[in-house]
Design a protein around this ligand. Sequence first.
Ligand code: ATP
Ligand code: MG
Length: 373
Amino acid sequence: MNLDLQGIFDALLEGVVVLDDDGRVEFSNGEARRLLDTALEGSAGKHLADTLGPEHPLSRIVERVRQSGRPAIHDEVEFPRRLAMPLPVDVSISLLGDEPVGPGTARPLAVTFRDRSASRSLREEIRERERQESYGHIAAGIAHEVKNPLGGIRGAAELLSLDAKDERSKKSANLIVGEVDRISGLVDELMVFARGEELNLEGVNIHEPLDALLDLLELERGYGEIRVERTFDPSLPELLADGARLQQVFLNLARNAMQAMEETGGTLTLSTRMTLEHRVVGPDGRPRPTIEVVVADTGPGIPPDILDRLSTPFFTTKPRGTGLGLSVARHWIRQHGGRLRLDSFEGEGTRAAVDLPLAPTVLPTDAATRERT
Ligand SMILES: Nc1ncnc2c1ncn2[C@@H]1O[C@H](COP(=O)(O)OP(=O)(O)OP(=O)(O)O)[C@@H](O)[C@H]1O
Ligand SMILES: [Mg+2]
């Protein structure tokens, strides 16, 4: 067999870079160039720190190994990328050659690294599912403890309003009725998490709910300084989905986008395309063809420290927000077997991408319920 070493290394799913004893790039494979955002292209013979920049985490780790003369293993180092979230990568560095190891010994190095984003997103997926389940329990508890007394309070306030002798008492009683209705509405929204409400599945052309929500937003507030860009792929197949729920999902995302650009104006982009690459897997564990819908804005973006908390019910930074928009959206996306990815770059804007499988998976819990009844 004629073994072409470069070909073999390029086929590996592991990034490999070999540095000579002076820290110059002697060899790199395809995966290394991909994980390093192709920065290594044409880098042979150059110092790694010159190619990646001295601040790059890999340059720093290599520098440390060169100084200590000891191999190193680092888990989930974040490699920066142009116009994308940083990539979590496991890095290990071994010393080549057989000179004695120790500080100050210059030895060639073999640097290997592996993309961890798949396992990280799986972990996040599991965490997210557990979170959603806990919201369900909390919601059911609140509904039970709050909803019933609310009915009584509302009834009593209505009576007071009818019997009120003066305008002020009537106004106060009506205020109670109004506020009780607001709380009831919130509890109803929360109940979304508690009830395993069935989806009303039908053939949906994804562009219909999207166009409908654009009309709705225009009626709601007008576009003013906001430009709308619509990049739809007309060849997309129909989804088996609940059109009304999906419209709610995209409306929540688009409302957030519009609110983010309220003061500055900007561009709201809705786009659709077919993808295979996303990790929406079916019951057989295989990736499924998905439709990706992106709602993007050019607003101020979301600071990284709050990005993690966004899908928690009631988390809001808006004076009049309820903080339910994203968690409700996430809930319905999950019911469709899809997922929501939020990427945000401060000062540049936010991109909410929804991956929807062409047909939702029947969730195991549904199957179990059906068997029991
Ligand atoms: N496109 C966006 N740009 C900037 N910040 C955003 C964006 N989308 C969401 N956020 C942040 O996430 C928070 C939560 O959003 P979410 O939609 O869940 O609730 P809300 O918009 O505050 O209230 P509502 O229940 O009315 O939707 C927002 O308060 C805001 O801080
Ligand atoms: Mg919102």
